[in-house]
Design a protein around this ligand. Structure first.
Ligand code: GUE
Length: 296
């Protein structure tokens, strides 16, 4: 059997179209334009490309984009002062501080200085706690995108065995919370898990978020399982730069029921969910009904 390919790129385009339609309605009926501020500290080339993509897609959806590029040697006080200004700016509904930050900056402190209502990454400690207790929160973009694709593919996720490989605060842990919220039986596995292969083979839903190129081979995949590959690893093969996931795609696709490719899977959905979260934040800030199907 060959797996169905879950086309994240096409799915993301649909999500962005929904966002754009809702934004148009907000403008017409309320005179409101959702705004997203993206803060980039330093000159990492990959981050620059990525921040530019976010800005372009934000504007394409009819929203306002505010880019703040600060030099690598920006002090913590300067960064916190910028965040305070964005927190107070009514034109800004979402704030994203691109991670990782340069080492001299305390990212927990910086993230927790963002107004939780504007924390479109869902990384603020207060949003983490709200998600963990099943309350309304801002949900991290990558796990939200994965959840949307899983719901679309399966309908109900109730009772399915979900294994999340990776325990990061930005993907693994919130992904596990969302799957639990949809009544999966959830296992969080990681580098110290005993017999990781056997644990993975028990998964109806396998989410790989470890950041190791092609670490999960096809024979760790249960026949018919749904595989969500969060990894985006830049490697060199045959003298060429290549993007691969955390799953060995060719072998996994022979066994899985459905699989997300890299590129074109989770990545585009992450940005689409960032735009959806910005719209949601704008609606909440103004006491308006939230867009349907774009939140957890
Ligand atoms: N505060 C913060 N929030 C983030 O959400 C965040 C961050 N910092 N720092 C960096 C990572 C990385 N990330 C990606 C999102 C989409 C693609 C994406 O669209 N990838 C394309 C390929 C792009 C390419 O060709 O390089 C794809 O998978 O098809 C990649 C990477 C969000 N991040």
């Amino acid at each position: 059997m060959t797996a169905a390919v879950i086309d994240g790129k096409a799915f993301a385009a649909k999500v962005r179209a929904q966002v754009a339609a809702h934004v148009a309605k907000l403008k017409e009926e309320q005179g409101l334009t959702p705004g997203l501020a993206v803060v980039l500290v330093g000159e990492d080339p990959a981050s620059q490309v990525y921040v530019r993509n976010k800005g372009t897609q934000t504007v394409e959806c009819g929203m306002a984009s505010f880019e703040h590029k600060l030099p690598a040697e920006t002090s913590e006080a300067e960064l916190l002062a910028l965040i305070a200004r964005l927190n107070a700016d009514p034109a800004v509904h979402g704030i994203l501080v691109q991670l990782p930050l340069p080492k001299h900056l305390d990212s927990d402190l910086v993230i927790n200085s963002i107004d939780p209502a504007k924390d479109v990454d869902g990384f603020h400690i207060s949003n983490v706690g709200l998600l963990g207790t099943g309350q309304k929160s801002m949900v991290p973009c990558t796990p939200l995108g994965c959840l949307m694709m899983l719901r679309d593919h399966h309908g109900s996720l109730a009772g399915l065995n979900a294994v999340v490989v990776g325990r990061s605060n930005i993907v693994g842990k919130p992904m596990a919370q969302l799957l639990l919220g949809d009544s999966c039986t959830v296992t969080i596995a990681h580098s110290r898990t005993k017999d990781l292969a056997a644990v993975c083979r028990g998964a109806d839903i396998l989410v790989a978020a470890v950041g190791r190129p092609e670490m999960i081979p096809g024979d760790w995949v249960k026949p018919g399982a749904t595989v969500i590959d969060v990894g985006i690893n830049r490697i060199e093969r045959d003298g060429k730069q290549k993007l691969v996931g955390d799953v060995h795609y060719a072998s996994a696709a022979l066994v899985a029921g459905a699989i997300t490719p890299v590129p074109g899977g989770v990545g585009p959905m992450t940005i689409a969910c960032l735009l959806a979260n910005t719209l949601t934040a704008c609606c909440r800030a103004n006491g308006l009904a939230e867009p349907e199907g774009l939140t957890a």
